[in-house]
Structure formats: structure tokens, C-alpha cells
Design a protein around this ligand. Structure first.
Ligand code: ZN
Length: 482
């Protein structure tokens, strides 16, 4: 996003350099350099720091049994010196936005409200909008807890933080209808103006895309060294993109995993350089695993033929009596309560079942048990090797020439397990937690922050990973911080 050009260049010289910078300048002037911060809170009771790095799409098997060509010394060191899970069972659908929100709330999607990546539930209306905005989250978040306890907060491109009350936040957001490649200029319009200006002044004008982990890492290093936040979230996304493109078992994914490990190394170095290493607990997490795919299934073509959806000539859905949301590995169907459409939908979808194009079909009771979207009436899970998409015209199934990958399937399916490594002076060495649930991660991070809130999340913190000093120290710290 922001290319480093040396800190000595005057701001106005940088701003005058191009049209892009002019836009940012205008933006910042338009908002009048209004301070974006919050009223000063009392100083934190202690200087304990928590850093959470999410590696999007990282299967736990990537550090349990690393691909032979991958070089991941940092991940393996943290795993060896800390505690880790062999598998983290995620949420349904195993998608980036619901999962990241579960990590920061300890709640399942049915409670936290980020049910899928896509936010629209009206056929043909805003089909490319994602749940970018923090105001959609219905549970208390880790940054809420941190702020309530006088701790400072930062986030680099963590999903669903746009508009969040975070001290230093670079949100993840992009223009609707554009591909999910965040444009720094657009992102800047959602940042606190003082922070946007500060980043521009310190790191130079934006170049490149915020989808690139090297730029996200540069921002993270800057914020760590400059502000030393008590609580910081970082979201790295390149591995997810490589796995979508070439599949989870590809050499491309292994190469990007190695690069991601290098980014983690730089962030850890920044923690060290900031003098925070002894006071920082680090959590390496991920949102979901991946399955390889060779076939794409297009259920909307059947629903268009049955007159339940409408589509234009290009296959874009333009309206209908029902709404569908494609999650890659799963496909959710919605219709208004009171409308008796179930038998028509079942008839329309019969070819999917006749051709073995469904791994599982779930109704409202099953979705409720999974803590999934309470508005969905039917969820289809795709068979191994296949994914769903949204196209409303064309053949029911298309084959891909090359293996790709996706996620969104049921969280307990083989290959979908996410990651968890905890490391720091609070954390025991060499504890294998085996299989844990994603709802345990947020409460565990909260405990590392020295905060005890029994109402936070749906699960207690993980119990086995703490050195004994943690409980007594955090109880004392907590008492003084309230
Ligand atoms: Zn993801």
C-alpha cells in the first residue's frame, strides 16, 4: 500500500507528486485533519502486549506436516517454543469473514451476525458487497474489551473492522463490483484521518495494492514500532489467493507459505526492535483450510429455469422470489417466511442430487445446531473436488483445466481445519492441544490480555497453555485496570 521512501521527504512534496496523492490530499483537507481518536483513557495498568497474526487459508497441516519445499522457520520455532493445535474446527461456512469474526468474538456466526462473506440477502441487489463494516458485528469484540480496559488497539486489514473503534486501523474494504483487491486510496477514506495522514507522511504515498502481504507487513511493522499497541491484529492474505489459484497442495501455495513465514519473521523482529518481546504474547491463527477443486457447479442455472430467480444474458442474477448466496464450498438459499416454495425449490434442484453434485443438504435445524446463518433455509455442501458459484446461465457443471482450491464447506470436513499457535512468556512450551474449536480462540486471547470477562464468547479460554504465573498476575492486573 504505502511504499517506503524515507521519512525525511516533506509531506507536501509527497502529496504534490501525482494525481493519486492529490486525491488523498483533498480527502485529508476535506475532513479538516479532524482528530480521529477517542477521548483519552486512563493509562493501561500494565504493559502486556498481545499480537494476533492471521494467515488466511492456512491449514494446520502446513505446520504439522510442512510441504517439503516450504521453508517456515518462524512458524516452526513458535510452534516448538509455544503451544499449538493440530486442528482448529471452524465455523459454517468456512469463509474468511465469519471465521475472523468468530476469532475476535468467541461467538458463532448465528450470534455475531457475520453469516457469510457476502452481505446482501436481496436477489440481484448489491451482489458484490461484503460484510466490511464492524457495526454489523452483534457480539462484543476483543478490541471492545481492550478499549474498555484502557488498552490501545491496532489492526492491519483484519476483516470486518471498517468503522471499528480501533486506535490505529487499516480496514479491509474495496469498491463493490471491483475484484477484492483493496485500493489504498479507497481504503484511506475509511481510516481515521489523522492516522491516514500519519501513514502517508511516514511511509510515503500509496503504491501497489493492499492485497499484498508485503505491504500489510510494512504497515504492521510501522504501527508496532511507532505506537507499540497493547493489542494488535494483522491479517495476511496471499496464501489464500495462491490456494484459490493453484490448490492447497500446489508448489505455488508452498512457495507463498514460505514468503508468509518471512513476513511473520519481520513482524516478530519489529516486536523485538520495539523492545516488546518479553512482554508480548503472539497468536498465529487462521480462518479455514482448503480443498482442491476441478469442477464448478452452478445451482442458480436450475433456479433460473424454474422461474425462482431471474438472470440477464451474462448470467448475472437480477432478481427473483428467492435469494441465493454462493460460498464456494457451500450454497445457501433464502426465501421469505410464509412463502411455500420449498417443494418447488426441491424439484428445481433435483438434477443436483441425481448427478451426485451435493455432499450434504442441511435444513434450518442442522444450521441452527452449527450456529450458522439463521436466515438460510437450505444449505448445500459441495462434493470433494467441486465448488458452487453464482452464474445463472450456462451448463450446470463446468470443468477446470487446472486444479484450484476453495473453502466454505462444513468445518469438520477433511482439509478444512484452521490453525492455532500461541507463543510468549505466558505460554507453556510444547503443549499439543490436538483438536480445538475456533470459539475458544477469542477467549484465550482475551485472557492473554489480562482481562477476565465470563460473558465474552461462547467458550472458556483454553486451559492447558498457561504458565502458572499467568493466572495470579492477570488477576492482579485486572483488578487494578478496572
Ligand atoms: Zn480466508
Amino acid at each position: 500500500m504505502m511504499k517506503l521512501r524515507g521519512k525525511s521527504q516533506p509531506l507536501l512534496k509527497l502529496l504534490a507528486a501525482s494525481r493519486a496523492q492529490t486525491i488523498i490530499c483533498a480527502l485529508l483537507l476535506a475532513v479538516g485533519f479532524v482528530a480521529g481518536g477517542h477521548p483519552a483513557l486512563s493509562a493501561p495498568a500494565r504493559h502486556r502486549h498481545v499480537l494476533v497474526i492471521s494467515v488466511d487459508g492456512m491449514r494446520a497441516s502446513f505446520y504439522m506436516n510442512p510441504p517439503p519445499s516450504a521453508q517456515i522457520p518462524n512458524l516452526l520455532r513458535l510452534k516448538k517454543e509455544g503451544s499449538f493445535a493440530e486442528a482448529v474446527e471452524g465455523v459454517y461456512p468456512t469463509l474468511t469473514y465469519p471465521s475472523h469474526t468468530t476469532i475476535v468474538t468467541g461467538c458463532l456466526p448465528a450470534q455475531h451476525g457475520i453469516y457469510t462473506n457476502l452481505s446482501s440477502r436481496i436477489a440481484g441487489k448489491n451482489p458484490y458487497d461484503w460484510f466490511w463494516f464492524a457495526k454489523s458485528i452483534k457480539c462484543v469484540t476483543l478490541w471492545d474489551e481492550a478499549r474498555n480496559h484502557g488498552l490501545t488497539t491496532a489492526s492491519i486489514t483484519w476483516p470486518v473492522t471498517t468503522g471499528a473503534d480501533i486506535d490505529w486501523d487499516v480496514p479491509e474494504i474495496w469498491r463493490p463490483a471491483a475484484s477484492p483487491k483493496p485500493d489504498p486510496l479507497y481504503v484511506a477514506t475509511f481510516m481515521k484521518p489523522t492516522f491516514a495522514l500519519e501513514v502517508l507522511k511516514s511511509l510515503g504515498p500509496p503504491q501497489g495494492r493492499l492485497s499484498e502481504d508485503s505491504l500489510r507487513t510494512r504497515l504492521a511493522v510501522y504501527v508496532l514500532e511507532k505506537h507499540k499497541p497493547d493489542f494488535m491484529l494483522v491479517h495476511l492474505a496471499d496464501l489464500d489467493e495462491a490456494e484459490h489459484h493453484a490448490g492447497p497442495g500446489s508448489s505455488e501455495a508452498a512457495a507463498v507459505l514460505s514468503q508468509v513465514d518471512g513476513h511473520i519473521g519481520k513482524i516478530l523482529k519489529a516486536v523485538q526492535d520495539a523492545g516488546l518481546e518479553a512482554d508480548t504474547d503472539v497468536f498465529i491463527v487462521s480462518d479455514h483450510g482448503f480443498l482442491p477443486i476441478r469442477r464448478i457447479i452452478h445451482p442458480n442455472t436450475l433456479l433460473v429455469k424454474a422461474g425462482l430467480l431471474m438472470a440477464d444474458r451474462q448470467g448475472n442474477i437480477t432478481g427473483g422470489r428467492i435469494t441465493t448466496v454462493s460460498n464456494g464450498g457451500s450454497f445457501f438459499i433464502y426465501w421469505p417466511r410464509g412463502e411455500r416454495l420449498r417443494s418447488r425449490i426441491d424439484r428445481a434442484l433435483k438434477p443436483l442430487f441425481d448427478r451426485n453434485l451435493v455432499w450434504a443438504a442441511l435444513g434450518p435445524d442442522a444450521l441452527k445446531n452449527l450456529g450458522a446463518d439463521p436466515g438460510a433455509r437450505i444449505a448445500l455442501d459441495a462434493p470433494d473436488g467441486a465448488m458452487f458459484d453464482r452464474a445463472g446461465r450456462g451448463p450446470l457443471v463446468t470443468d477446470q483445466l487446472q486444479t484450484g482450491g476453495t473453502h466454505g464447506y462444513l468445518p469438520f470436513r477433511e482439509g478444512l481445519a484452521a490453525s492455532f499457535i500461541a507463543w510468549g512468556s505466558d505460554i507453556k512450551r510444547g503443549v499439543d492441544l490436538h483438536r480445538i474449536r475456533m470459539i475458544s480462540v477469542g477467549p484465550t486471547i482475551l485472557k492473554a490480555m489480562g482481562i477476565s470477562d465470563p460473558k465474552f464468547g461462547d467458550a472458556p479460554p483454553l486451559g492447558d497453555i498457561w504458565k502458572e504465573a499467568n493466572s495470579s498476575r492477570s488477576d492482579a492486573d485486572q483488578a487494578s485496570s478496572r
